[in-house]
Design a protein around this ligand. Structure first.
Ligand SMILES: NC(=O)c1ccc[n+]([C@@H]2O[C@H](COP(=O)([O-])OP(=O)(O)OC[C@H]3O[C@@H](n4cnc5c(N)ncnc54)[C@H](O)[C@@H]3O)[C@@H](O)[C@H]2O)c1
Length: 405
């Protein structure tokens, strides 16, 4: 079990270092090399590795393409990529072509061509590529997956979900009001910018990629008022972004129809004032689950007719094997334990040379909402067909994610 797994990290910014902290908790993980164009972040990450008692890793700070020297190293089995979105697919493709297992941060791809590039690289090399969609690994979401598979909700027919997170003061822009790399895409893109955390648990709940698949998507975006209003409120009317034009609408609503005829509603809401939430709600022929209420109603079991009952006892009863096995370590690692769990399972797959828990097809499926929504919004809300990135394999593939023995 503790056979060394040698991992190179590309991107030692805030989330890259958080992933690194998790990797350093895992038995047998070695970090021979780190890469970042920013020397400060790289030095901080190198210190973390040394302080945890590991050998000092080599650093690759030599510009945007220097990661390719890291990929060429013989002593690396896998890479973790935590760089800005635009670089994810090109880096993942090159890593697979160097024979390195890939764990790439969300999203896996930003264009239809990039989706095909990562799928093709995987199919041509046989190397697994996993998008690090951590909300697929939340304890509540995995318990619900067990309940869905055990038939408690009957046939699932509809799910709604959201990535609802006001990101103006830390993600799209710095607290001082300068544009960060994330904000650049708000200027000329109008799309569901960051939908994968919403969809993270949804695709296994609905057997997407293994028995069902996206058919069409329709998206609409509301007015882009939030960014200007935020800058007027916080920095005054003379700040350039108080008046500047942004293409990105404040709320993007996407309705997906699946091949089976089920529906999924995805809301992306990232530039109006609000607390964080994901608004998951699942409905089947025998019941409903609502994450915000932390409640459910099951027609065959709930004690009161048409009354919600608490979800936690069900979560405990249907707790997933991953949480029963690694829950204590995961919970101690922070960020809901999901980063620890996803990386522990990724490392396990690298060590055993097996498929990763989220595969390349799952990764591009979740990412494809960005592109489908962009296309539908640009065409005034027409339904857009989702390419079949599995080339028909979804019809016969058996569900694999988190299937308990
Ligand atoms: N799963 C989650 O919960 C979660 C949370 C936060 C961020 N993220 C994802 O993690 C990724 C990184 O986000 P972040 O918040 O750490 O951003 P960040 O800006 O803090 O870090 C990005 C790092 O990448 C480096 N970089 C840029 N181009 C590079 C290149 N060509 N080669 C090497 N390094 C390069 C930057 O210098 C920076 O240090 C994003 O894709 C984001 O979507 C995921």
């Amino acid at each position: 079990m503790n056979e060394p797994v040698r991992i190179g990290l590309i991107g030692t910014g805030s989330h890259g270092r958080s992933l690194l902290a998790n990797l350093l908790l895992l038995p047998g993980v070695e970090i021979p090399a780190l890469c970042d164009v920013d020397r400060d972040g790289l030095a901080e990450a190198r210190d973390m590795v040394v302080k945890s008692g590991h050998t000092e890793p080599d650093g690759y700070p030599g510009g945007p393409e220097d990661y390719q020297r890291l990929l060429g190293r013989e002593d690396i089995d896998a890479v973790v990529i935590a760089t800005p979105w635009e670089s994810h697919a090109p880096m993942a493709v090159r890593a697979m072509r160097h024979g390195k297992y890939v764990a790439v941060e969300v999203p896996a791809a930003l264009t239809f061509d990039e989706c095909w590039d990562v799928v093709n690289a995987h199919e041509e090399t046989g190397v697994p590529c996993m998008m690090l969609e951590n909300w697929s690994f939340r304890r509540d979401n995995l318990a619900l997956l067990n309940m869905v598979r055990r038939g408690l909700f009957g046939e699932v027919v509809h799910v709604q979900c959201a990535h609802a997170h006001d990101c103006l003061d830390h993600w799209f822009f710095s607290p001082e009001g300068t544009m960060r790399w994330g904000g650049r895409s708000l200027v000329d893109k109008n799309r569901a910018q960051y939908p994968t955390h919403a969809l993270g648990p949804v695709w296994p709940w609905m057997d997407l990629g293994s028995g069902d698949y996206f058919d069409t998507a329709v998206s609409m975006a509301g007015r882009p008022l939030g960014i200007n209003d935020y800058f007027r409120r916080k920095f005054g009317p003379d700040h350039p972004y108080a008046e500047a034009g942004f293409a990105q609408g404040d709320i993007v609503s996407t309705l997906i129809k699946t091949k089976k005829g089920n529906t999924i509603f995805v809301k992306v809401d990232m530039q109006l004032p609000r607390p964080y939430d994901n608004q998951w709600e699942l409905q089947g022929t025998r019941g409903i689950y609502n994450e915000q209420r932390n409640s459910l109603y099951l027609v065959d079991r709930s004690p009161e007719y048409h009354q919600w009952e608490p979800f936690p006892p069900y979560m405990e009863k249907h707790d997933h094997a991953w949480w029963r096995g690694m829950g204590a370590e995961a919970a101690a690692a922070g960020h809901s334990g999901t980063d620890y769990l996803e990386l522990a399972l990724f490392v396990d797959a690298v060590r055993k040379k097996t498929q990763t828990p989220i595969d390349v097809y799952d990764s591009v499926l979740m990412s494809s909402i960005i592109l489908l929504s962009e296309k539908s919004i640009a065409a005034e809300g027409v339904p857009v067909e989702c390419p079949d990135f599995t080339r028909g394999k979804w019809r016969t593939k058996k569900p694999a994610f988190g299937v308990e023995p």
